[in-house]
Design a protein around this ligand. Structure first.
Ligand code: SAH
Ligand code: SF4
Length: 318
C-alpha cells in the first residue's frame, strides 16, 4: 500500500507480517520535535530531529492551485551569510538523500490527509544544496520518480549561493530542475560580505555559469535578492543588477528581509520594496516580489530551529 504512515495501516499485508515489520523497521528516520502554523494554517513549519540529534526544518505552503514544500539539505550551513539565521549557528552535517526525501514524504502525507497534493519542492530551507551535491541530486531523482512522489523536476527548485563547479555539473545530470541563484548583490565588493562564498566564486563567473545552465536546460534562472534596507536596495544596486542580467534568461525575485535577531540588517518598508521593484523593472528585467508567506511561522530558514534552541537554553538555565 502506497502512502501509508505506519505498517499497521498496510491492510494488504498479513497481520503477522505487519507486526514483524513494525518491530524491525521504521518508515522514516525523522522525528518531529516542533510544529508551528501561520497564515491561518496555510503555512506549516516542522522541525525534525535527525539520527544523531541535529535538527532541520521544512515548511509546507498551501496556495489555491498548488502546495509547495521548502526543504533542508544540511543541518546548519557553512556558507555563513550574515543575514541568515541558518548561517549563524555551527554547521552540523550533510543530510543523506533519504533524509531529504523523507521531508517530502512527510509533507505529501500531511497534504494527502487534507485532500491536497504536494506539487512543488524548493531547496530553500537550511543548508547549501551544492555543498551536499550527490545526496541532493539523489533525493531529486527519488522525489521525481514516478513510483515515488512523482513530482516533475521542473517543479523542483534548487537554490544555491553560487557553487560554480556544481552548477556546471548539474547540466550533465539531465534532471531539468529550476535553478535559483541567491544573488543579493551585483558587485563583488558587497556580495563578498553578504554571500561570503563570492570570494571564491565571483559574481560575473557565477552568472555566466547560470546562463550556460539556462541555455542547456531551456529553463529560465531565478535570481533571488533578499532586500536589506539601505544596503542592497539603492538606485546603484538596481543599475548594477540591470547591467549584469540584461538580455539573459533571467527572472529577479525580490524577498523582503525577514528580520533575524543579532544581525545589523532591517527589512525594507512596503514603499521601499515598491520603489526598488520599479527601479529593477526600469532596467528591463523581469522582476517579482516574493510574498512573505510564513513570517509568523519563523519563516526564513533556520528561524524555528533558533527559537527552539533558545527555549532549550532557557529551560536548561532555569
Ligand atoms: N543556501 C541556499 C538555499 C537556502 S536559503 C541559498 O542560499 O540559496 C533560501 C533563500 O532564503 C536564499 O535566497 C536566502 O538568501 C534567503 N534568506 C535567508 N535568510 C533570509 C531572511 N532572513 N529573510 C529573507 N530571505 C532569507
Ligand atoms: Fe547558507 Fe543559504 Fe543561509 Fe547563506 S542564505 S547561510 S548559503 S542557507
Amino acid at each position: 500500500m502506497r502512502g501509508a504512515k505506519s505498517f499497521g495501516e498496510m491492510l494488504d499485508v498479513p497481520r503477522a507480517l505487519r507486526e514483524q515489520l513494525g518491530a524491525a523497521y521504521r518508515l522514516t528516520s525523522l522525528r518531529t520535535v516542533a510544529k508551528s502554523e501561520a497564515d491561518r494554517s496555510l503555512t506549516t513549519k516542522t522541525l525534525y530531529e535527525l539520527d544523531g540529534g541535529h535538527t532541520v526544518e521544512a515548511v509546507v505552503m498551501r496556495y489555491a492551485d498548488r502546495s509547495t514544500l521548502c526543504i533542508s539539505s544540511q543541518a546548519g550551513c557553512p556558507v555563513g551569510c550574515p543575514f541568515c539565521a541558518t548561517g549563524k549557528f555551527q554547521f552540523g552535517r550533510n543530510l543523506a538523500a533519504h533524509e531529504i526525501e523523507e521531508q517530502a514524504v512527510d509533507a505529501a502525507w500531511l497534504l494527502k490527509t487534507e485532500g491536497r497534493r504536494l506539487s512543488h519542492v524548493v531547496f530553500m530551507g537550511m543548508g547549501e544544496p551544492f555543498l551536499n551535491y550527490a545526496a541532493v541530486i539523489d533525493s531529486v531523482r527519488r522525489i521525481a520518480d514516478p513510483e515515488r512522489l512523482a513530482i516533475s523536476p521542473r517543479r523542483i527548485v534548487v537554490s544555491t549561493s553560487g557553487v560554480i563547479p556544481r552548477i556546471e555539473q548539474l547540466s550533465q545530470e539531465k534532471v531539468p530542475v529550476t535553478l535559483a541563484i541567491s544573488l543579493h548583490a551585483a558587485r563583488d565588493e558587497l556580495r563578498n560580505v553578504l554571500v561570503p562564498i563570492n570570494r571564491k566564486y565571483p559574481v560575473r563567473e557565477l552568472v555566466a555559469a547560470a546562463e550556460d545552465y539556462a541555455l542547456d536546460s531551456g529553463r529560465r534562472v531565478s535570481y533571488e535578492w533578499v532586500m536589506l534596507a539601505g544596503v542592497n536596495d539603492t538606485e546603484r544596486d538596481a543599475k548594477e543588477v540591470g547591467r549584469l542580467l540584461r538580455k539573459r534568461l533571467a527572472h529577479v525575485n525580490l524577498i523582503p528581509f525577514n528580520p533575524v535577531d543579532d544581525t545589523p540588517y532591517a527589512a525594507p518598508s512596503r514603499e521601499g520594496v515598491r520603489r526598488f521593484k520599479e527601479l529593477v523593472a526600469a532596467e528591463g528585467l523581469n522582476v517579482t516580489v516574493r510574498d512573505t508567506r510564513g513570517r509568523e511561522a519563523d519563516a526564513a530558514c533556520g528561524q524555528l530551529h533558533e527559537r527552539i534552541a533558545k527555549q532549550r537554553e532557557a529551560a536548561a538555565i532555569t
